[in-house]
Design a protein around this ligand. Structure first.
Ligand SMILES: *Cc1c(COP(=O)(O)O)cnc(C)c1O
Length: 217
């Protein structure tokens, strides 16, 4: 689907639910997509992109950054502690802060580098074994620990279970964010971004609806 159609659908949902038009950030998720598809979206003027893996991002984004100004890159996938420094140098925002060991590493490196990407804490709202993220009942304490480390936490992120109604998970994430005074809500993907906007998403992460299906072959 053309990028402008996705943006139009987001804007329509903002208006329908009484939010201000254009208040949702659209992250175009370019993981696994061929470079020509990514470049086409860059040439349409879009600048906010998401990747899942540090290595993959390192192999393609330095070149795009040298050719296009103003790119904002978001890390969406799990971050191994030993790749923290590389991730901090590559990404503007990290959505997958999910454990205290990673929080401590980010804090140490932030002092060393003199800067830190904005951070979302990932919450495993469905408490699924295969998914990263702190469980909902651990979230308040973890947010407090991250704040004690002076980390720039701007919001919460979730990936709802595939077989459940995502709106319930989006509402839970919004509730946890609100009671902790956090503004950012990273939620909603190709199949459910409008429902996420309706629940107050500040950042939607849309991949295949923009670029087409990913070819993992
Ligand atoms: C791949 C991915 C997306 C985008 O998924 P689509 O269904 O292609 O829109 C969003 N968020 C995360 C964390 C992802 O890994």
């Amino acid at each position: 689907m053309p990028l402008e159609d996705i943006i139009a659908r987001i804007n329509a949902e903002e208006v329908r639910t009484g939010r201000s038009e254009g208040s949702t950030h659209l992250i175009a998720v370019s993981k696994v997509q061929p470079n020509d598809r990514v470049e086409a979206v860059l040439k349409q003027g879009h600048r906010v992109f998401g990747e899942n893996k540090v290595q993959e991002a390192a192999s393609k984004w330095p070149d795009f950054r040298s050719r296009f100004d103003g790119i904002e890159l978001h890390l969406l996938g799990p971050l191994q502690t030993n790749k923290t420094k590389q991730a901090m140098e590559l990404f503007d925002v990290i959505h997958s802060l999910d454990r205290i060991k990673l929080a401590r590493k980010l804090a140490t490196l932030a002092t060393e580098l003199g800067r830190c990407p904005d951070l979302f804490i990932q919450v495993n709202t469905g408490k699924e074994d295969q998914k990263a993220g702190v469980h909902p009942e651990e979230a308040d304490a973890f947010i407090a620990e991250c704040r004690d480390l002076s980390l720039p936490v701007i919001g919460l992120m979730c990936i709802p279970p595939a077989e459940e109604e995502p709106s319930l998970h989006f509402a839970l994430l919004a509730k946890i964010a609100k009671r902790n005074g956090l503004e950012g809500l990273s939620m909603g993907m190709s199949g459910d971004f409008e429902r996420a906007v309706a629940q107050g998403a500040t950042h939607v992460r849309v991949g295949s609806a923009i670029f087409g299906e990913r070819d993992y072959g």
